[in-house]
Each structure stands twice: as C-alpha cells, then as structure tokens.
Ligand binder design. Structure first.
Ligand code: FUC
Length: 835
C-alpha cells in the first residue's frame, strides 16, 4: 500500500484525514522518497550512534527514555513514528488465587521418588502437582505518536539520523532542495515528558498532521486546537497463545496519553482526532502519559486516575521553552551518565555508520571505540529505563516493546534475566537506579508468603521462576523451567549488593526483613541427607534437563548446584547484614549452622562442575544457554580463582564444555564468568561475538546472539539483558570487588578485596576506566599501559577499609569518607600515596 504525501498536502485538511485513514501506515519510504541519499559522515562524536537511512524495521529505530516513558524514533523523512511505551502498561491484573494451595502435600512422594532415583516419576509428579495455572499478562506498547509531514517534492539528500548518548538526544536531518529539515527528540526526566522539535531552514516550511494511536482499545479525541488525548484500558482481546485460546480479559489498568503542539508562525488546528500544523517556522510536540498502576499489593495494584497528573505535567512542560526543557534534561542526564569515563585508544577512528561498524567488528575489524560505545550504551539504556523514582524496574525489553504480547511477556524472569538487568547498576556507578528493582523485590513478599505456604508449607516468602507487574510469585507455565524455586533467593542479591556498594545502614535496616523472609523459606526447605548434609529437593537447574547414565531424562533433581549456590549466597549475605545491624543474633546463628552443613559442590569426571549434583553433565545438552551451575562464580562469590582454585578450574571446564556461541544474554553472562576466571582474552572473545550484527528477529534458543544495528541486544529477538550484562562484564574485566576477608579490627563489617585490572584483555593494551564503584563504598579510577597498571585512584564514598589487590599482591587501604588515595606501581611494587 502506498501513501502519497503530495496528495495529502493538496487536499483540504478534512480530506486528509480520510486519505490517511484509508491508506495505512508505516511505508513512508515509498513513493517519491524511494531514494534517500545519506550523508557521508556523522557528527564524529564518539558517543553518538548514527545512520544514513531511515528505519526499516523496529530494531533500526533509536531508543529514548526518561525511566518511565520511552519511545523508539524511526526517522522516516515524511513520517515520524515515535513508538511509545510507559513502564507500567501491562495487560491482565493481579492474580491473588495463582497458587495451588495444597501443592505441598505432593512433596513427600516427590522426595521419595528422588531418594529412590526414580527421576522420571519425580519429574511427572512435579509437573502434575507443583505448577500453577496459566501465566498470561504481558508488558505492552502504549501506542504511537505519528507525525505525517507535508514536504515538497524532490530528492531527499544528506539524510542522517542519530542518537547522542552523551546528551540523550536523538535526531533526524535531511535536505530537500536547498532546505534543511531537522527533528530532535528526547525524554526528559525532570519534566516527565517526551519532546520532539521540528524545524526547517526555510521559514514557514513546517507542516504536519499529528495523530496518537494504539493497535487496540484506545480512543483519541482532540482537546482544544492543539492537544490530543488518548485513553483506554489494557484489556486483553481473545488470543491464541501456543495453541491455547486465552479468553478476553478485562485489564486492571487504564492509561492516558496527551500530546500538545506548539508552533511558531503558521496555524495549528484540530481536525477530527488529529492536529494539523501548516506553514509554521518550527513546532514542538510534547507528550505526557500515565496509568492507574501502583506497585502496591494491598491496593490491588490500582491507584488514582492518571488524568489530572498527565494534564498538569503537560501544562507545566508546555509552559517552558524548548531550550529550557532541553537544558534541564541534559543537565539531569549528565549528572548520572558522566560519572563513568571509559577510554581505549581509538586505533582506527571509524567514519562508518554504527550498524556498519558493528558488522565490521563482527568481521574482525579492530574498532575499540565501538566497544566503548557499546559499554556506555548499557549505561544509557539503564538511565533511560530505570530512574530512581520509576514505578517499576526495567523489564526484559527495557521500556521499549511494540505490541500486546511481547517476547516472554517482557517480564522479570527471575532465573537469570531480571537479575542481569541490574548487574551493572552498582559497578557502573548508577546505584540509585537499582531502587526500582529493590522495591519490586520487596513488593513480592506478601504474595510470596502465600506461595511459600502453598508449595512447601514453609514460613517466609518464595518466588519461583518469574514475576511481573501484578505480584506473580507462583511456579507455573510449563516444565521444567516453571518449577524452579530459586528466583526469590537470587533476587535478594539486589537488596544486599546495594548495601555492599553504598554502606547505607538505614537502607539495610529497612530491607533486612525482606532478605530474612527469603532466608527463612530456604532454611525451612533444605533437606538433610543421610550424611547430615543439606541440599534442596526437589531442585532444578533453570530450563535445562539431564540424562542419567542409564538414560532416564528429567529436569528435577535432588541436589542441583545452583539452588545450593543461591542458598550459600543468600545465607552469607543475610549473615553479613545481621552482623552489621545486630538485630537478630538467634536467626543468624541458625543460618550459620545451616550454611556450614550445605552439601559442597561436586566436580565430575571431565573436571567440570556438576550441574545436578550427579555426574551427568556429559550426557546432557552440552551447549545449553543457561550456565546456572556456575552461579557460584558469578553473580555469586562462592567460587573464586584465588580462594577456591579447584572449583574455579571446574568452572573453567564447564564453560569450555558449554562453548562460546549462544544467545545474547548467555554471551553476556559468560563475559562476566570468564572475567571472574581472570581470563580477559576469553571474555573479550565473547564480547566480540556479542558485537556481531544481527538482522533477524525470530526466536533462537541455541545461538545467534549479538547486537542489532541500533545497539540493542539480540537474544534474538531483542532482549535487553545482554546490553546490561555486557556492560557489567566490562566492569568485571577492569575491577572486581566481591572477594571478602575477615577484618579483625572490625569483625562485624563486611570487607572486600578491590581487584584492579583482574582480566583486561590483551587487545586493550592501554586504556582507562574512571568512576567505577567497588563494594565497601569506594569509587575507583584506573589507568593502564602496555597491559600493566599505571595508577589507580580510590575515593571513599562511605567506605573505610579495604585491601587493594593487583595480581596476587595486596595492600591495605584505610580512608575516611570523601578521602582519596592513589596507588601506583613504583619499581615493581604496589605503593599507596597521597592523591
Ligand atoms: C528464559 C530464557 C530464554 C529467554 C527468556 C526471557 O526463558 O531461557 O532464553 O531469555 O527467559
């Protein structure tokens, strides 16, 4: 179908509406704009992504966001599409009856089958008894802001579009005849709006029709002459999901979006449910949105009508000039973004477009500046999708998802993905952006208590394999992945790590009960073997299955490694939290006793770390994307090459057996794991395959991971965890701080080694990374040259004592808050000196 924009401009406004409505959308590259001639250079700025052709598919478009509101900017010359998202737009609603209340009664039979080695029976029993019902709600699009431009005929030349992540501004610019047309878009956190400004070098040449639309359930009306108001509810139409009919369901969530146009010169008027601008010198479109969502189980996740707040936000932002909005946005964004500076000498400063650079990188071209850009893109995306006051954390699409049933519901999958979103939040100096996740974690305690009771008759709270906006905590959906019960314990890393990095004791006191509730659950479900050792039974290893030596297959074991590693980690951190707070000595003693009796991890016949607590690894899916049994090496700290060398060797062996090719997030996990194995070159090899250009969006579970042209991670399809996880991986190559030591001078404080340059790849001979955060409350700047550290500067942000380590040589550090120290290699020795 073709839209003819010349026709539009020749008709009356009223007729335009009819033409547009009958002609369909999204094919604006056709017609007279068949040939868009790209500009031959970008801005040259190292933190700017740029392209010389308009977006053809969604993963070409460029992402902006203010934490809660996001948009994908497509940048077609005649048609701008800002595909909109609000982090709270979810279908479905709370499901207070999600649990199977008597499920725990099946446990004795399951445990007996496991003790008897009847793996098949155990698997069947878990499938029959331990899963809740359907899991249907999905994160959804908010809709589209469409601008259909009236442009003169003629070739589009010198076209380019960009995203400047140093300023968080995206733009499109091109020429027709001698005139330059330009649009700039950004999402402002201080003003709570998305802003697009349209200009042309020729006065009076700005003309467009503005529409606000959504694929389902929305109604748009004009209000006055310059504003559109779109309202609706995220009810689910009847759909088919995996051959199952999902009934129409009234959604729990109402949304509202408002867009207002301001123009200099020309006219602005409402025509039907559109706003038409003609003959203006420039125009600014401002969009605000909101929903009834509130992250509160007791309120059934339903808050106030968003209308008054949306109207107020829009009115306040519209009263400011474009320049004032932009200046406030940039200042606010830079406060976060500028905390970390990463630089690698740019050997071949590439003039190519960003997608071409990604392609070249995958083809073996050396472009270290692309790795720097990719690293900072992870930080940009977190700032854009998880501000401190976000009503929900970033989800598996960040905030950017188009459609009503997004891949894997774009939820908070708690068997790796959700936690990976926040791995870099603390290390990459964006600590406050971690808070939305910590609040979500705390919000599942109440529904999770019912889940703990239903499936284990246990105290505390439990969360199985995933959660969503509506407090889902039950196991479910399918086997074997749906019956994993490690999600809650794993999520508690959020709560602890935020303290470990910030040393905020008031924060820890507030959230300690959340950790304690999770620890209580695991304490009560641990099973004692005949030898007195503890493990979980039933236990799973996310999404993987095993094959025994006699050929039995299943996904339920009596001793999976990851569940023990999660428990080790949770108990270690809860014990540490109690030591800091001194509120609960009796409970701490119970955890200490149980931790001492946890069944040690096993090393199998190939030297690998056993995934199931049985030596079955060689019979199974050798290249499975999940590397769950390696949790103890990362994100956990049970295994480390210097403290537990034998287990670390087993981790290396398991990583080798799994191979390097996988999905995007799996690549990212392996970058972190190889960094923790202190093998920077292997980490770098996987980072390089993560920087391969992916152009397909079909789901691939066994490989194909990489990066889309717009720098989004490709599972494929798009899934943002690989972005965040890779940024964390680079942090872990340069700085690690999770190895603890006992400090006799202050035995109740958790103390850490700060490992400088533990795994910098040989390809990055010389470089610097300034502003990373280390556990214990420090900021670290480190510089290296010819593969060796030149100097490091450590500044206390609440930290007091640590051990600085380079290779295996360590030195003690003692600082007061705000104080710095410099560490340098002097005649081959680590020396601490005044900054
Ligand atoms: C798990 C993974 C998939 C995907 C999904 C969001 O199911 O195994 O690969 O990441 O979560």
């Amino acid at each position: 179908m073709r839209r003819d924009f010349r026709l539009v401009s020749a008709l009356s406004d009223a007729a335009c509406v009819v033409v547009l409505m009958t002609c369909g959308l999204g094919v604006a590259q056709e017609g007279q704009r068949d040939s868009v001639q790209g500009r031959d250079h970008g801005s040259g700025d190292p933190l700017t992504l740029w392209y010389k052709s308009p977006s053809k598919v969604w993963t070409d478009a460029l992402a902006i966001g203010n934490g809660r509101l996001g948009a994908m900017v497509f940048g077609m010359p005649e048609h701008e599409r800002l595909q909109l998202n609000d982090i709270t737009v979810w279908s479905g609603g709370p499901e207070p009856n999600q649990n199977r209340v008597d499920a725990y009664k099946a446990l004795p039979a399951i445990r007996k089958a496991l003790a008897d080695g009847d793996w098949a029976a155990a698997n069947t029993l878990v499938g029959q008894n331990m899963l809740a019902g359907a899991y249907d709600p999905s994160y959804e699009t908010l809709g589209d802001l469409n601008l259909d431009f009236t442009l003169p005929a003629g070739a589009v030349t010198e076209y380019w579009r960009w995203l400047d992540i140093g300023r968080a501004v995206s733009g499109v610019e091109f020429k027709i005849g001698g005139d330059t047309y330009r649009r700039e878009s950004f999402a402002s956190h201080p003003d709570g709006v998305i802003v697009t400004r349209i200009t042309c070098s020729r006065p009076g040449a700005v003309g467009f029709m503005l529409r606000l639309s959504r694929v389902a359930s929305a109604k748009t009306v004009a209000q006055g002459s310059d504003t559109l108001v779109m309202t609706g509810n995220t009810d689910l139409p009847e759909r088919t999901i995996r051959n199952r009919t999902v009934k129409a369901l009234a959604g729990n969530l109402d949304y509202e979006a408002q867009a207002k146009v301001r123009a200099k010169g020309g006219t602005v008027k409402a025509v039907g449910d559109t706003i038409v601008v003609t003959g203006a010198d420039e125009a600014t479109v401002t969009l605000a949105a909101g929903t009834t969502y509130v992250l509160d189980y007791d309120k059934n996740y339903r808050g106030a009508d968003p209308h008054p707040a949306v109207a107020k936000t829009l009115a306040a932002a519209s009263a400011k000039s474009y320049g004032a909005l932009l200046a406030a946005h940039e200042a606010d964004y830079k406060k976060l973004f500028d905390r970390v500076k990463f630089s690698l000498p740019d050997v071949t400063a590439s003039p190519e477009t960003t997608d071409q650079r990604i392609k070249n990188y995958g083809d073996g071209a050396k472009d270290p500046a692309l790795a720097v850009l990719y690293y900072q893109m992870g930080r940009y995306l977190l700032i854009a999708s998880s501000r401190e006051d976000n009503p929900l954390p970033t989800n598996s699409q960040g905030i950017w998802g188009d459609g009503l049933d997004l891949p894997w519901k774009a939820d908070y999958k708690a068997n790796i993905n959700y936690q990976m979103f926040y791995w870099s939040s603390e290390t990459a100096n964006l600590s406050e952006l971690h808070m939305p996740a910590i609040r979500l974690d705390a919000s599942v305690v109440k529904p999770g208590m019912a889940t703990a009771k239903a499936y284990y008759d246990a105290p505390g709270w439990a969360l199985a394999f995933t959660t969503n906006a509506w407090g889902w905590t039950a196991p479910g959906d399918g086997m074997p992945y749906g019956a994993f019960f490690g999600g809650g314990g794993w999520m508690m890393q959020d709560v602890w790590e935020h303290y470990a990095f910030t040393r905020d004791k008031a924060y820890l006191a507030k959230y300690y009960p959340v950790m304690k509730g999770s620890a209580e659950f695991y304490l009560s479900i641990l099973q004692e073997g005949k030898d007195g050792l503890l493990s979980t039974s039933p236990s799973l290893s996310p999404e993987n299955t095993f094959k025994t030596d006699t050929g039995a297959q299943g996904g339920v074991s009596d001793n999976s490694a990851i569940e023990r590693e999660i428990v080790w980690d949770l108990f270690t951190n809860t014990i540490a939290a109690e030591r800091v707070l001194s509120v609960d000595a009796e409970f701490r003693a119970k955890l200490e006793a149980a931790k001492a009796k946890l069944r040690p991890l096993e090393i199998g016949k190939a030297g690998q770390l056993e995934e199931w607590g049985h030596d079955w690894d060689l019979n199974g899916d050798l290249h499975h994307r999940h590397v769950s049994h390696l949790y103890g090496a990362f994100p956990g700290w049970e295994i480390s090459p210097l403290r537990t060398p034998e287990l670390a060797n087993a981790v290396r062996k398991s990583l080798e057996m799994r191979g390097d090719e996988s999905t995007g997030w799996s690549n990212a996990w392996k970058i972190n794991l190889w960094a923790h194995m202190r093998d920077g070159d292997h980490a770098y090899k996987i980072l390089s395959s993560q920087l391969q250009l992916v152009t397909t969006s079909g789901t691939n579970y066994s490989g194909g991971g990489g990066t889309y042209g717009n720098m989004f991670d490709a599972h494929p399809p798009f899934q943002i965890d690989g972005n965040f996880g890779s940024t964390s991986g680079i942090d872990e190559m340069v700085l690690q701080s999770g190895d603890r030591y006992e400090d006799a001078a202050s035995p109740n404080e958790d103390r850490y080694y700060i490992d400088l340059l533990p795994a910098v790849p040989s390809a990055w001979k010389t470089g610097s990374l300034h502003g990373l955060r280390a556990r214990g409350g420090f900021v670290v700047d480190v510089d290296w040259k010819d593969g060796k550290m030149v100097s490091a500067r450590v500044t206390s942000v609440g930290g007091t004592r640590a051990k600085l380590r380079y290779g295996s040589v360590a030195t003690d550090l003692e600082l007061r808050s705000g104080q710095s120290a410099r560490l340098a290699m002097v005649e081959g020795k680590l020396s601490l000196m005044a900054p």
